[in-house]
Design a protein around this ligand. Structure first.
Ligand SMILES: [Fe+2]
Length: 193
């Protein structure tokens, strides 16, 4: 399913030495986008211990949901372009993908909304947004296996099926700073698929 360039800075599969379980409600099939935060990551001691090997720690997590025939609009996770990583795993159809894009026509909005369509809670974090018809696709990957993902470049999701697509996203940190893609690739090299 992956359609990635050889030297992609979008996505790599990770062979994690522990299992990430879906949340209890991940069999629900709603028709609205969902985005929530997991501030308490004390249930993820295996994950944190593994990150500790590299001098990282597990900062927090997020839950998001792409409904049937839905998309999470194209955005960056922060107010400007970076190459920061998160570790994602999804439960959904094989055809469900995360997609990475580039665009010369972007806008910045301080709430997590897009064209009036709210995604989860309002927050004060600025994001870069772009419209798909003004973007060029860089790569895409199904993330039903644990995946290192670059959230500092434009990305979104696409679920072209009648099934729901739930994703857990985890944020590794070092000294309260996000991890750069290149650092993560080097540190996780023995775990890359
Ligand atoms: Fe994102």
């Amino acid at each position: 399913m992956a359609r990635s360039v050889l030297t992609n800075r979008c996505h790599r599969y990770l062979n994690l030495p522990f299992v990430i379980e879906p949340l209890s409600y991940f069999d629900e099939v709603g028709d609205q986008l969902v985005h929530d935060y997991i501030y308490d990551v004390s249930n993820y001691t295996d994950f944190d211990a593994w990150l500790n090997i590299f001098g990282y720690n597990l900062f927090m997590g997020e839950v998001f949901y792409t409904p049937p025939y839905g998309k999470i609009p194209i955005h960056t996770d922060h107010s400007s372009y970076t190459n920061h990583v998160k570790i994602n795993v999804s439960w959904g159809p094989e055809e469900g993908v995360t997609q990475w894009w580039k665009s010369d026509i972007i806008r910045k909005e301080s709430t997590y909304n897009n064209g009036g369509k709210l995604i989860g809670e309002v927050n004060n974090i600025q994001h870069v947004w772009a419209d798909e018809d003004k973007c060029e696709l860089l790569c895409e990957a199904n993330t039903n296996l644990p995946s290192l993902v670059n959230v500092g470049i434009l990305h979104g999701t696409n679920n072209p099926t009648s099934e729901g697509r739930w994703t857990l996203s985890f944020i590794p940190q070092k000294d309260e700073q996000y991890i750069h893609w290149d650092d993560a690739l080097e540190k996780f090299k023995d775990y890359l698929v």
